[in-house]
Design a protein around this ligand. Structure first.
Ligand SMILES: Nc1ncnc2c1ncn2[C@@H]1O[C@H](COP(=O)(O)OP(=O)(O)OP(=O)(O)O)[C@@H](O)[C@H]1O
Length: 276
């Protein structure tokens, strides 16, 4: 499908030669996509999920990715996470080019540097909530920070659900277990695909405050896909996707500025999440 959309390129902005985003004062980039393309299917069934996306995720900041359904947000997250291989282009995590890593190196980066919260939670059904939260550290033979574990399960409201299996938890509780699992190892980069999608407004606001504090206090880099302008208002910047392209960037977003951008780019503002 051809497109007349104007493309934004934040990779230039945070790299050489461009206008640096005002908030990226340290200039450090946690992750970068360069000319990223992802095509699913073949011939008549081809879907260009990512057409040509270049962006820089500033370190220590909370970034939202927004855009209409099908615009390529999840595909971008999966490519940034090294879970999906781009058809063309490069993903850099810090200074490491993911495409040049072998499976062992990629696994090490995923375990040591990245944390994920997916729409499907990806909790192991046979394990308790506690064991699920501890799993990334267990696999990496690392000891958990007990105080941080206790704080996380308390703030996320799952302290009394730790001995339950995922099937014994509500969708919102499973989501909060997945968030605790992602945050406990204190990864440098957290990729969260609609982390407040299954939560009521109170729990959603708590999760967003926790994510915001993780970037402001602990310097973690967080990238969150959301459809919700209120959720995006917790972020330092919003990147807007449409038709597999990055089409807009909003610095120091507010609920109103995000809602206006969503309407401009064809999303239904406030369709989901904590804004209702
Ligand atoms: N495994 C796949 N095989 C074929 N097409 C796919 C696959 N995954 C995604 N797509 C297509 O790629 C496009 C982008 O999908 P993606 O899930 O990245 O969009 P999205 O912006 O995250 O959407 P949503 O907001 O609805 O979650 C869509 O047209 C989708 O149907």
């Amino acid at each position: 499908m051809s497109t007349t959309r104007t493309q934004v390129n934040t990779a230039d902005a945070a790299g050489a030669g461009g206008v640096r985003p005002s908030h990226a004062s340290s200039g450090t980039v946690a992750a970068r996509a360069i000319g990223l393309q992802k095509t699913y299917g073949e011939k008549d069934a081809e879907v260009h999920a990512l057409r040509d996306v270049s962006l820089a995720i500033p370190a220590g900041r909370f970034t939202a990715i927004m855009g209409p359904s099908g615009s390529g947000k999840s595909t971008l997250m999966h490519c940034l996470a090294g879970l999906d291989t781009p058809t063309a282009g490069t993903v850099m995590i810090g200074d490491t080019d993911l495409s040049r890593c072998d499976d062992t190196q990629r696994t090490r980066i995923r375990r040591r540097e990245l944390g994920f919260v997916f729409q499907s939670f990806n909790l192991l059904p046979v394990l308790s909530a506690r064991a699920n939260i501890l799993l990334p550290l267990t696999l990496d033979r690392r000891r958990p920070d007990r105080a941080w574990f206790d704080e996380l399960v308390h703030v996320l409201g799952i302290a009394d659900r730790l001995d339950h299996k995922p099937s014994e938890l509500s969708g919102g509780q499973q989501q909060r277990v997945a968030i605790a699992r992602a945050l406990l190892p204190r990864p440098r980069l957290i990729l969260a695909d609609e982390p407040t999608g299954n939560l009521d407004s109170h729990s959603g606001a708590q999760v967003l405050s926790l994510l915001q504090a993780s970037s402001r206090r602990a310097g973690q880099t967080i990238v969150m896909v959301t459809h919700d302008p209120v959720a995006a208002g917790y972020c330092d910047q919003v990147l807007v996707m449409a038709d597999g392209l990055l089409v807009d960037q909003i610095d120091t977003p507010t609920t109103d500025s995000v809602a206006a951008a969503m309407l401009r780019h064809g999303s239904v503002a406030g369709a989901a999440g904590v804004g209702r």
